[in-house]
Design a protein around this ligand. Sequence first.
Ligand code: APR
Ligand code: PHB
Length: 392
Amino acid sequence: MRTQVAIIGGGPAGLLLSQLLHLKGIDNVVLEKHTQEHVLGRIRAGVLEQVCVDLLDDAGVGQRMHAEGLVHEGFDIAFDGRLERVDLRRLTGGDAVMVYGQTELTKDLMDVLAAADKNPVYEAEDVCPHDFDTDHPRVTYRKDGREIEVQCDFIAGCDGYHGISRASAPKNVLREFERVYPFGWLGVLSNTRPVSDELIYVNSERGFALCSMRSHEISRCYVQVSLDDTLEAWPDERFWDELKSRLPEAVADTLVTGPSIEKSIAPLRSFIAEPMRFGRMFLAGDAAHIVPPTGAKGLNLAASDVRILSQALIEYYEEKDAGLLDRYSDLALNRVWKSERFSWYMTNLLHKFTADPFDYKMQLSELDYLFKSEHAASALAENYVGLPIEGL
Ligand code: APR
Ligand code: PHB
């Protein structure tokens, strides 16, 4: 079998790249290890930057997002008995974010690909990239017991943090940077009305909390937990009690609780792999970098990688110009590091790292400064709505 671009991984990065290339007549195939149901079963963040919204529109999958997604012009931070609003629209001169679940966005991409008869290959076993240091890269995999080889011009490694693409990169070229945080997030999805119209990020003496949502009827809330915590130790009642204890009293009093429909614990990590290109293999999304979820940047970074990579491949095929492909790694990493910095900053600002009161006082001082200084608040806001992609 032959294609132009072999895409490993059918998460949001791989599906979005596939659709953008199909729209330009560039032949490609997505090889996904799991079933479609498994991919759709993963509950992840749901705050989209304008860069991501625009890209979904370009991909022709923005319709349901615009109809059902919620435009958020600000969010709250609760700390030290205060509840302060970050007015994104005012502080950025007009920008906002879109609240629309990653699961929904993934489903929209699957539907549009299926309608065009461009379905990914699901349950592709032992996917493996080869010869990407030559002009004739290949990807092999097994499906229903048959060995299949895909010859291609390029390989896109969109297979997430645990994927095979980065693991296949030459060890003497690959550099990895990492910070593992000493806590995790316990997340609960519930069919309950969100406690507020906007997100509330909470710095409390008991640890971080977040009240987010998927719609006007579905809440997604989190509390910081220790790394050795288990789901068994957190029945719904304990979760809601803990969340209430971290919220300002007036907010806690109006919190509607209900049975969880999904509950999970995720560790927090910052991770960056450099470079993002190895010959004819390009990494995009979680395959190349992980952010702690505090800045809501994971999906958005995957989208900005795909924005650059899709344009680079389109210029290669339409204009015979490999210039942008050559710059892909540098351009993508420039934005990756800025989002990594912001996610790390938000994580440091809002979580309880130690029992040392000095650390807590430092956080409170920084938070107070944020709401006294327009400059500081603007810096936070412009990062939250998403920085521009430089050099495109
Ligand atoms: N072969 C084929 N597919 C693989 C392999 C493999 N060896 N390893 C992993 N995959 C698949 C996974 O099953 C998954 O569906 O690659 C896909 C990667 O998807 P994601 O992990 O969702 O990563 P990405 O598409 O980059 O999306 C980034 O996801 O984790 C969140 O916060 C992150 O929201 C961000 C988004
Ligand atoms: C979510 O809704 O799951 C969410 C929102 C904002 C974040 C992280 C997660 O920063």
